[in-house]
Every structure is written in C-alpha cells, then in structure tokens.
Design a protein around this ligand. Structure first.
Ligand code: NAD
Length: 268
C-alpha cells in the first residue's frame, strides 16, 4: 500500500528496536511513502545495532537520545533539522517501559521509585519532547505528532500493571498539549491505541499469548498488525487528516466497542 502521501515531509521516529517493533514498520512505511526521516532510540538500545541497519536501508540518520533527558531531545531535534534541511513535519513517540513489570512486581506491591521512572520513560518523555520542540519551533505548521498507547489506559487489564496509568497520562498529555500546540502553531497531537502486538515491549506483559489470542477473538476484524498500524500512522502524518487532533484513536479491529463475543463463549 504505497503512495506518495508523505512526499517532501521530514519526520522523526522513536523506538525502532528490532524488526518486530511497531516503530520499525512505521519508519519503513514513511520512507516508502516519500518521507525523509531520522531514527532515534535510547543509547542502550543502540547496543543491539539493528537500528543502524534500518538507518542504512532507509538512508536515515540515527541519532541516540534518552527520551527522558531534555538535552538529548534538544540535540535530536536540532540535528534532525540540520541533516534533513528544515523543520520537522511529523514525529512518532513509540516508547514504553515499566520497571515494576520488568522486576515482576505485583500491582499491589509496587516500588514507587520504579513507578516514577516508568512514568518518566513512558509518558513524561512525550511532554518533554513536545515542550522542547515547541521551544525550538522545530515543527512546521500542519505538523502531526503521534504516540502509541493501549486500551488498558481506559479499562482494567490487571496484568498491564502500572503501564495502565502510564498510558492514561500519555493520552492526557496528547489532549492537553494538543490544545496548546494547536492554538500556537497549528500542530496536531494524537494517540493511537493499538491491538496487542508481538514485540519486545508487548511480550513483556504477563500471559501475553493468552491476552493476544483473547483480543484476537474479541475483535471482529482480529488484532490489528504492526504493519496495519504503520499504515494508520502514515495516514495520520499526511495532510489527509489535517483537522484531527487531541484524539485517542482506536486501531484495534473493533475490540474497544465490543461487550462480549460469541467467539469466546460456548453456548450449547
Ligand atoms: N506491543 C503491543 O502489544 C502494544 C500495544 C499497544 C501499544 N503499544 C505501544 O507501542 C509502543 C512501542 O512498543 P513496541 O510494542 O513496538 O515495543 P518495542 O520494545 O519494540 O519498543 C519500545 C521502545 O521503547 C524504547 N525505549 C525505552 N526506554 C527508552 C528511553 N528512555 N528513551 C528512548 N527510547 C526508549 C525501547 O528502546 C524500544 O525501542 C510503546 O509505547 C508500547 O506501549 C504496544
């Protein structure tokens, strides 16, 4: 599904760790659709080296940035504008990590230092990114900023743990910053709420396979793939969606509108 929807646009894609990462698919699709991009990830994630292969393939500069560090974000935005020759048109925030989940902590026995780090990485980094971009006037009028989220922000999925609150905060930052960025610079800000997807972050959730299969059966269209998510991101970065802002957009095969599905219960 290739067009030239992003021709002439410059973008920054966070979070491409390996081929499974949703951001990896988004980066590929953006370039297929005519965009020029830079890639970024936390310096520790660079150790795997895969992002450099992607950078080579897409002719994209790879710029390390810990998304919780303001100086790194400033450097990333400046270097991206320099290397691509102008202001940025779109940004994908595809970052999530929970220390409590990683350490196997139960929701009723959380470590609060870990929790703060989780929120800083998974949510506050989005505000930091937008505040830095606004101060540098780094995004063109009509620009589009997206973050990826999950429905556990709005409904209870017990094993999603503190990431539920991290995603609620992320979605709220999109709405509130979307107001300010819209009024001052006509930049739009949205979140895409994606189906469970097999990636490093996704499969860190306890019982992920069962969770994935359940959502797949519950959704009339089945789970949305990372590839389909990338298409949706391209649409959201394009001018075709120029009046959409401050929204949490479900990309989940219909899951979020379901109450029960006959596919999941056996009636004799
Ligand atoms: N996989 C799913 O089931 C699913 C579903 C809905 C939403 N999401 C969201 O999609 C986004 C991408 O996750 P993914 O599933 O592609 O997994 P992933 O593990 O491939 O991506 C997560 C990325 O976050 C990066 N990251 C972590 N700490 C960072 C930091 N301090 N600075 C910069 N980057 C940092 C990691 O290096 C990694 O590239 C996340 O926000 C995730 O919560 C995932």
């Amino acid at each position: 599904m290739t067009s030239n929807l992003l021709k002439g646009k410059r973008g920054i894609v966070f979070g491409a760790l390996d081929e499974q990462s949703i951001a990896w698919h988004v980066a590929e699709k953006c370039v297929e659709n005519g965009a020029q991009i830079s890639l970024t990830n936390a310096p520790v994630a660079m150790r795997f080296g895969k992002i450099f292969d992607l950078g080579k393939k897409l002719n994209a500069e790879v710029i390390p940035a810990d998304a919780t560090v303001l100086e790194d974000l400033e450097n990333l935005l400046k270097k991206s504008m320099e290397s691509m020759g102008g202001k940025i048109d779109f940004i994908l925030h595809s970052i999530g990590m929970s220390l409590n989940v990683r350490k196997g902590k139960n929701y009723t026995d959380l470590n609060y230092d870990f929790m703060q780090k989780t929120f800083d990485i998974s949510s506050i980094s989005f505000h930091k990114l937008m505040q830095t971009a606004l101060k540098l006037d780094a995004v063109n009028e009509g620009g589009s900023i997206l973050a990826l989220t999950y429905i556990a922000s709005q409904r209870v999925f017990p094993d999603y743990n503190e990431m539920a609150e991290a995603k609620s905060l992320l979605e709220s930052f999109a709405r509130s910053f979307g107001y300010h960025y819209g009024v001052s610079k006509k930049v739009r800000v949205n979140t895409i709420s994606q189906s469970p997807t097999w990636t490093t972050a996704g499969s860190g959730v306890k019982g992920f396979k069962e969770f994935f299969d359940y959502a797949d059966k519950m959704s009339p269209l089945g789970n949305a793939s990372a590839d389909a998510c990338a298409d949706y991101c391209v649409a959201m970065f394009s001018d075709l969606t120029r009046s959409v802002t401050m929204q949490n957009l479900y990309h989940d095969g219909g899951f979020s509108s379901m109450g029960m599905s006959p596919a999941l219960i056996k009636i004799d």
